[in-house]
Design a protein around this ligand. Structure first.
Ligand code: FE
Ligand code: CA
Length: 526
């Protein structure tokens, strides 16, 4: 959409709009800028849906890759409208916010007072330019009976790894929301080839080094968010954002990184990374980082259908045991004191699961929850039996067990995960070593949007991998996302796969579907 010079708002209109939105007025009235280029180059987004509202987001960046996005330190007024129709004719709410350099000229507006389970539309205006229109949907009322919920889980979107065809498909799915499991950006420096020396489908500007400072992370988000397929996904429905490691750096844990940078220094990097994350995510004010800390675990209630706990498996976890990587017989991994959530979040989750009233209990999180023996994976250098991933919950088996103990006997837990750049469908067991141990819940680990490149339709050694892991029902190695279609009776997970990500616009198809019947934990192929 191109900038439209009409309908400029005068000062009085803005003043009234600002008062209407309950915003305090800045001391110096922000300038009404005229931009050299379209300021909404990063699109619009919505997130954090509630029964009565949501967050709408944009960021002014006429030159997205410039250090300040092509902006100056002058605060800029951005007006916004929420309407009942896509044509933006029936405006229900409007107001004004101020975009400032201190927060990367991002705008986060929390809207409330709306009706549950309804589509709304929104747009922004600044300096005579109109943003694209976004569609957003409120959640059902807390006690409402919900007959159908459709959402996607997605993440791991290396920009250079491939085209965002999967995001375009998400945009076309008319979903209630997207859970993003993290790796929204990768912090690595620009490269022209991947780890196997194959040319990358997209190459970042040569001056993109590894991200350390706020400016580095801002430019990285700006590059990623310039992608029109990603913008289409954001404009199509609200997101529930989370983060994994690459929003900061590969395999960080709490106050440490794999290079053993002293905590006091690493935490400056984490603070810069979290500020940029906040600036680019449609999240609420209570998620504004305080230095290196951000409160990212939270609860979404979908009427009587589901309770969704979005978890944070990075900030409070124990450091990876036995030197990280894949290890067999790592005794430290089994120590009782180890944690993935930290004490406070673990208690919060236990309380939440105890009081959850929804049919389905969803743990929306980042790294593989279930036990997995990696021995037979073809790329594994080490073929010892009982090889486990130390960065995942297998690196803290006591914590894994404590969460399984939180599952109610009559409950329907569904764990949603990412991180591994492949599809896994798993049954969660009380006793992983006992084939007959009953299934107490399921885990759907979603593949990457683009990270890792095209992938392969057939997984090498799949038979051996499945034989080593009787609770593993599927392993796939293509790019895509998972579409979850949930009713009070059944949960269906459609594993959506993109034929290739090395070229734009390849076909997307449902590779496999699994069904879980409510009250009968276990995976059934659909
Ligand atoms: Fe990743
Ligand atoms: Ca990782």
């Amino acid at each position: 959409m191109s900038p439209r010079p009409d309908r400029r708002l005068d000062r009085r209109t803005l003043f009234k709009a600002a008062l209407g939105a309950g915003l305090s007025l800045p001391l110096a009235w922000p300038a009404r800028a005229q931009f050299q280029a379209f300021p909404f180059s990063l699109g619009v987004a919505s997130g954090e849906p509630a029964a009565d509202g949501f967050v709408i987001w944009t960021r002014l960046a006429p030159e997205p890759l410039a250090p300040w996005g092509g902006m100056t330190p002058t605060p800029i007024a951005v007006t916004w409208e929420v309407a009942a129709d896509a044509g933006m004719n029936k405006v229900i709410k409007s107001g004004s916010a101020v975009a400032r350099l201190e927060s990367g000229h991002s705008v986060h507006v929390e809207i409330d007072g709306l009706e549950p389970a309804r589509d709304y539309f929104y747009r922004f205006r600044a300096g005579g330019a109109d943003s694209p229109v976004g569609r957003v949907k409120t959640l059902p009322a807390p006690g409402a009976e919900v007959r159908l919920l459709k959402f996607a889980a997605a993440g791991c979107q290396s920009w250079e790894g491939g085209y965002y065809t999967a995001w375009r498909s998400v945009a076309d799915d008319a979903l209630d929301f997207v859970f993003h499991y993290g790796d929204y950006i990768y912090e690595y420096r620009a490269a022209t080839v991947d780890r196997d020396n194959r040319p990358l489908p997209r190459v970042m500007p040569a001056n993109f080094g590894s991200c350390y400072t706020l400016t580095d992370y801002r430019r990285r988000y700006a590059l990623y968010k310039s992608d029109l397929d990603l913008q289409a996904a954001h404009a199509s429905c609200p997101f529930l954002p989370s983060f994994d490691d690459h929003e900061v750096t590969d395999n960080w844990a709490a106050d440490s990184d794999p290079k053993n940078t002293p905590a006091q220094d690493f935490l400056f990097r984490r603070a810069a990374a979290f500020q940029a994350w906040y600036e680019h995510m449609p999240v609420r004010r209570r998620m504004v980082p305080r230095g290196p800390d951000v409160l990212a675990h939270r609860h979404f209630r979908i009427g009587t259908l589901a309770d969704i706990a979005v978890l944070d498996t990075r900030q409070y976890r124990s450091h990876q045991p036995c030197g990280d990587g894949f290890k067999a017989n790592c005794r430290t991994a089994d120590e009782a004191g180890r944690t993935m959530l930290g004490e406070a979040q673990e208690r919060w989750l236990a309380d939440l699961l105890r009081s959850a009233t929804g049919t389905w209990q969803v743990l929306a999180q980042q790294v593989l929850f279930s036990r997995l023996n990696w021995r037979a994976f073809s790329w594994m250098q080490n073929s010892e039996d009982g090889l486990h991933r130390m960065d995942a919950w297998d690196g803290a088996t006591a914590a894994q067990g404590r969460v399984i103990d939180m599952f109610k006997p009559a409950g329907n837990p569904v764990v949603l995960t990412g991180d591994l750049h492949m599809d896994l469908a798993l049954e969660i067991k009380h006793d992983w070593n006992e084939a007959k141990s009953p299934c107490v819940g399921v885990e759907f680990l979603t593949t990457s949007i683009s990270s890792g490149g095209d992938g392969t339709p057939v997984v090498k050694n799949a038979d051996a991998i499945l034989a080593d892991n009787p609770h593993l029902k599927f392993v796939g190695n293509q790019r895509g996302y998972t579409r979850h279609v949930v009713t009070p009776q059944r949960w269906q997970a459609d594993l959506r796969a993109v034929e290739r990500v090395s070229v734009p616009g390849a076909p997307v198809a449902t590779r496999k579907s699994f069904v879980v019947e409510a009250g009968r934990p276990g995976l059934v192929e659909a």
